[in-house]
Design a protein around this ligand. Structure first.
Ligand SMILES: NC(=O)c1ccc[n+]([C@@H]2O[C@H](COP(=O)([O-])OP(=O)(O)OC[C@H]3O[C@@H](n4cnc5c(N)ncnc54)[C@H](O)[C@@H]3O)[C@@H](O)[C@H]2O)c1
Length: 378
């Protein structure tokens, strides 16, 4: 089986997920090029301990990401670092000629995103994608296919969101995701927005207008050292967009990204309502989705338990359950296949889609500050 030799820049939460998924590649029953972790990079030595223990063959352990970019035996980089570092690290990776799996929001702001896109344009042979796991839930794959088949009829409205609640704990110490200088001005929209946009954008639901409500509910948090620190990011963001269907009919789409949504641990949801059919999925009930068809006066919601039927076939029986770690591995598998020139039914978030995402988020800021409805030409 083909191998892709990876360097991981950043050794935090997401890099560990990447490494763990790469360690159980035997899970796939189809031929998917295998990621092999050759190098890791973190300025915090303690973060490398888990990697060295579990991946004793790692060749490069460094605090300087440029060491990984200079290594001839690394083909691709997974870069999972705070948003303020995306521009420099991604641009340097692209210029090094290595493939890049970057993290969202793919640049801390629109200017950073533009510079990353410019580097991609100048290096057309380099394969670049941005992560997004949500579409790889089997239930979402079915809803995506139903949209492609036109099963919903004329669309009435679409709602997508990604909501957390851990920040409802006001004693939770601050981290970089709650500070504009590291996370960016978009706040929760930058941190979580792409997760809500991947399916709509790919289905052609591109906003023509946006109105944004952005709230910084908690302005100070414990700094983890006995004091307090300024928390200047937007905790909750709701976008109300106008989209257009294939026949030119307008419909509303809301995109929610919230860190203070009571009861939501890591709640991705997607709902599409149509004149012929409607469907809704939430990661709170990850193995099922609900749908209803219109029989006239009344509609009854049915719940289908989908089970383990992922996009890329695996050893797991279809009666079992699917979760985030599986979605992560499916997404990685799709990256490996796309990178090596294979078609996949649903590919990762593209650089062009990150441009649309940043246009939307920047317009959302204008809308919020000026209390306007912003027009978009995407
Ligand atoms: N796809 C997803 O579902 C998902 C989930 C969470 C976070 N993320 C994204 O992943 C990225 C990282 O988030 P995280 O949750 O893993 O954060 P994290 O804080 O757990 O990890 C960040 C890592 O970056 C490292 N780092 C900081 N400065 C560095 C430098 N100069 N050189 C090399 N490494 C450096 C840190 O040491 C740490 O290992 C962000 O872009 C975030 O938006 C994606």
């Amino acid at each position: 089986m083909e191998k892709i030799r990876f360097g991981l820049i950043g050794c935090g939460l997401m890099a560990r997920e990447f490494a763990s998924a790469s360690a159980r590649w035997c899970h796939f029953t189809c031929d998917v090029p295998r990621p092999e972790i050759v190098g890791i990079c973190s300025p915090v030595e303690a973060e490398t301990v888990w990697f060295k223990k579990n991946f004793p063959d790692i060749k490069y352990v460094t605090a300087d990401y440029r060491d990984l970019l200079a290594a001839n035996d690394i083909d691709a980089i997974y870069c999972a670092v705070p948003h303020n570092l995306h521009e420099k690290f991604y641009v340097d990776t692209i210029r090094s000629g290595k493939a890049l799996l970057g993290e969202k929001p793919f640049g801390i702001d629109q200017n950073a995103n533009n510079n990353i896109l410019k580097a991609i344009e100048e290096n057309p042979g380099v394969f670049v994608r941005c992560t997004s796991e949500f579409p790889y839930y089997p239930a979402m794959q079915i809803i995506i296919n139903w949209i492609k088949e036109g099963k919903f009829g004329r669309i009435i409205e679409v709602h997508a969101g990604f909501n957390h609640s851990s920040d409802c704990d006001l004693n939770k110490p601050i981290n970089w995701k709650r500070q504009v200088k590291f996370n960016g001005e978009y706040g929760a929209l930058g941190d979580l927005g792409i997760h809500t946009q991947h399916v709509p954008f790919r289905m052609g639901f591109i906003p023509k207008t946006v109105y944004a409500q952005m709230d910084n509910l908690v302005k100070e948090r414990p700094d983890g050292k006995g004091g307090t620190a300024v928390c200047d990011t937007f905790d909750n963001v709701t976008l109300v967009c106008t989209c257009e269907d294939r026949d030119g009919n307008e419909f509303p789409m809301t995109l929610e990204t919230k860190r203070m949504n009571p009861g939501s641990t890591n709640r991705w949801f997607f709902e599409v309502y149509g004149l012929d059919c409607s469907a809704k999925f939430s990661s709170d009930d990850a193995n099922s989705f609900c749908y209803t068809t219109s029989w006239g006066k009344e509609q009854a919601w049915s719940r289908i338990v989908v089970g383990y039927k992922p996009m890329l076939p695996t050893i797991t029986g279809s009666i079992f359950e699917f979760g985030f770690v599986d979605a992560m591995q499916q997404m990685m598998g799709a990256f490996m296949l796309e990178m090596t020139g294979h078609e996949v039914p649903f590919g990762l978030f593209t650089p062009e889609e990150t441009r649309i995402s940043h246009e939307l988020s920047t317009a959302a800021l204008r809308s919020h500050y000026n209390k306007t409805v912003e027009k978009l030409e995407l």
